[in-house]
Design a protein around this ligand. Sequence first.
Ligand code: SAH
Length: 504
Amino acid sequence: AGPGDPGMLTLRGLECLQRADVIIHDKLVSPRVLEFAPAAAQRIAVDSLHERHTERWPLVQQMMIDLARQGKTVVRLKGGDPFIFGRGGEEAEALRQEGISYEVVPGITAALAAAACADIPLTHRFCASGVAFVTGHENPTKPESSVDWSALARFPGTLVIYMGMARLELIAKVLLEHGKPADTPAAIIQTASLGSQLARTTTLDKLDAMVRAEGLIPPAIVIIGPVVDFRPVQSWFERRPLFGQRVLVTRPRDQAAEMIHKLELLGANVFQLPVVEVRDPPDWSPVDDAIRRLHEYDWLVFTSVNGVQRFIQRLLDNGFDLRAFGRIKLASIGPGTAGALRHFNLKADVVPASFRSEDLVGVLKDKVKGHRILLARADRGRELLREELAAIAKVDQVAVYSQVDVICDQPELLLMLSRGEIAYVTLTSSNIARAFLNVLDETARLRIHNGSAKLVSISPVTSATIRELSFPIAAEATEHTADGVIQALLKLTAQGRQSLGPSE
Ligand code: SAH
């Protein structure tokens, strides 16, 4: 599964996940990686460190064997690389003995991700011609320890310690006792490759004190050796514009992926709290009827990406294809919606630049007098468009989806908000803004009012809703799309940095 960032899964790993009937995964594997598997695939979370034994094999291995014998394609998904501190060797052995065929897919192990994302080369022509991956799990002072720390103290390369946080004080002590210089550079990288990554450097003698002072916790990788000195003040990873910023994305789950990905590429530490959900409309029959009579309309008007996707999907599900659109003219409320049409190789005839119903009415007014218009939209929202168009044309409106508020099942995220641990909240529609602001408790409200959590709005309409509910807006997107929101966020953080002064 790689170190955590889903982008660091290998292509082969992805292929395997996409073909899996069953995935047996370690509990700590990122849920984002599991999303690559088909929805229908069975997911079984296991804890291989604390597992029980069946008669012959440990439980997890027996499970793999049984499922394989049922003819299932099984993926055993482990963090990092399966053959580095992952017991992959033992599991492969069990399969071999039972005559079950398998393949091993290498993964990006934590050491490699930590080194890359902290900008520390693990080997270097001038000072490290080797690298050792060592477990810090065993007590280094016990005689039965299988790690030869005295040899490692003399090893003329880079030491990388996995699972070492609990015993770091002892490990450093033993290395020093065996002659490793006290001023050997050392680094700790916590949650490498993720938006929450924390990397700190020091020297071997101060390693443990630093962990305590900075409150560093597992999972973390420790790198010891002169190569640590090659780390710049900030790594490439940490220099990205939104690095370290906690951003809350409140879009519906199935629409959030792209926005989250873009934010993460900019370095943000993204949290997801969907507050509305898109569902099928309560009744498809008006939509189906309109689709059958599509040729009778002159205009088809869309006011959201969802509207486009749902309408066209329904049309395809009903056995039609794009020819059903015939000569009908297409209007979209803004660039985002027009983009959704383009995705289906359809070009919007009318796209106001601004994203507001008022402006769509404005551009349509002269074009649609006396025409028949079909409006495909959500079952709630502003009625302005229908009302204004109905004054000059014949308008039918159908609900192609329903937007409902979801009950928040992530109290820990609301708690983070109350504690002031979320810096930015993105609000990408009026409904979303209303649903989000309604779930907040008093302290979280206060955080927004005193500016420790900042609201970023997608458009003037959304901003108006936010103001109606008496909340301040930190930034509003110039282009009323998810990308526009990200741009506004970038501007806002850049301003924040500037106001901190030149030393930042
Ligand atoms: N097979 C895994 C290692 C499992 S052992 C691999 O190849 O990476 C678990 C240890 O891996 C943790 O204690 C920690 O030291 C390290 N680790 C895993 N993910 C990490 C991450 N994202 N950042 C830092 N260390 C990580």
